[in-house]
Design a protein around this ligand. Structure first.
Ligand SMILES: NC(=O)c1ccc[n+]([C@@H]2O[C@H](COP(=O)([O-])OP(=O)(O)OC[C@H]3O[C@@H](n4cnc5c(N)ncnc54)[C@H](OP(=O)(O)O)[C@@H]3O)[C@@H](O)[C@H]2O)c1
Length: 328
């Protein structure tokens, strides 16, 4: 860690891992649906993050078909610090999100769980995955424990240290049963100023059952940074053309502009406000912003300094929620 870093650390549930409040979201560096990542910049961003005290990286087999894992492994292997690596097993169908009626034996059969884990280990070139997650989840799947037995076998074989699930966008209650069942170590959820819904039931349940929480998309894919305007364009093939389609960019501006009145001595910029919002909840173990540049890494990592937003500002932010569901 370089001088001057103030990174704070939290427990990741009962895993025994002590993880940095700011983790590294490694979707964007994989390329694929995020156009424009250059490997040299991505590696520099990963190293800058580790220099600043980041010790938790979230990737997935699906991110750039293994390219994100490969870059993450390259960075981690080059360092002496203990860096925790989380990855994810894609549904065999390659369809997101998991829909009502989807059967766990079709999306996550044992052979697929084993094959995907072996492939991730090869991409990462590491001996063990710290946190292996199912990339989609439905609570109905608790009735069929074959997925759990396979993940526990991978754990017993030393290929995986902890297990978790990543939830459908804006459906935090879709994991209430698995959280209370005690069979998983961590959940990954969208939690940001626009989608505060996890605070109603899921986050309190995670505290009660000591389940670690990875807060993803703290910037709502960039919207909450203030960088999206009606004039913003994305390269052809970039998935954000879909996320910010129609009049969504204008809607984002209409929701972000009023937020600017919340800036001040507690948070000077929208990215800072967004990260501090996530960190204010005690259930959150780590926030995992996507960041592909050293400048973004610097801006995001300094936010972890132990200072919490005031209750008054948090109450005000509560009125800036913008409820949506996956299909909006
Ligand atoms: N289903 C799932 O399991 C799932 C789904 C989505 C995401 N995730 C995980 O969550 C992570 C985070 O989500 P995300 O990357 O999709 O979205 P995000 O973190 O909400 O936003 C990422 C965007 O914010 C920009 N950014 C980062 N820091 C900034 C700063 N300080 N100032 C201005 N802009 C900044 C990034 O730009 P640059 O890229 O140019 O730095 C990128 O465009 C992913 O990387 C992935 O690990 C998981």
């Amino acid at each position: 860690m370089t001088g001057g870093s103030v990174m704070q650390y939290r427990r990741l549930g009962k895993t025994g891992f002590t993880v940095s409040e700011i983790g590294f979201g490694a979707w964007g560096i994989g390329g694929g649906y995020w156009i424009g990542a250059r490997d040299a910049d991505s590696l520099a961003a990963l190293h800058a993050a580790i220099d600043a005290g980041v010790n938790f990286i979230d990737t997935a087999l699906a991110y750039g078909r293994g390219q994100s894992e490969s870059l993450v492994g390259q960075a981690v292997r080059a360092r002496s610090e203990r860096i925790y690596v989380a990855t994810k097993i894609p549904p065999l169908t390659q369809h997101w999100p998991a829909l009502p009626g989807d059967r766990v034996q079709d999306l996550f059969p044992a052979s697929h769980l084993i094959k995907s884990t072996e492939q991730s280990l090869r991409n990462l070139n590491l001996d063990c995955i710290d946190l292996q997650q199912l990339h989609v989840w439905r609570d109905e799947w608790l009735q069929d424990k074959s997925w759990l037995q396979t993940l526990l076998r991978l754990k017993a074989d030393g290929k995986v240290r902890a297990i978790g699930v990543s939830l459908n966008d804006h459906e935090p209650d879709s994991a209430l049963k698995v959280v209370t069942s005690g069979v998983i170590d961590a959940v990954q959820i969208i939690y940001n100023i626009f989608d505060q819904s996890p605070a109603q039931a899921l986050l309190p349940a995670c505290i009660r059952h000591d389940v670690g929480v990875l807060a993803r998309c703290p910037f709502d894919e960039g919207g909450l940074t203030g960088a999206i305007t009606p004039e913003t364009t994305f390269p052809a093939g970039d998935w954000r053309n879909d996320y910010f389609k129609g009049d969504r960019k204008a809607q984002v501006v209409a929701h972000v502009n009023p937020l600017k009145s919340c800036l001040g001595f507690e948070a000077r910029t929208l990215p800072e406000l967004s990260l501090r919002f996530c960190l204010a909840h005690p259930a959150v173990s780590t926030v995992i912003p996507g960041m592909r540049t050293q400048a973004h890494v610097r801006a995001n990592t300094v936010v972890s300094d132990g200072r919490r937003l005031s209750d008054a500002l948090l109450a005000t932010l509560g009125r800036h929620a913008w409820p949506r569901n996956f299909y909006d």
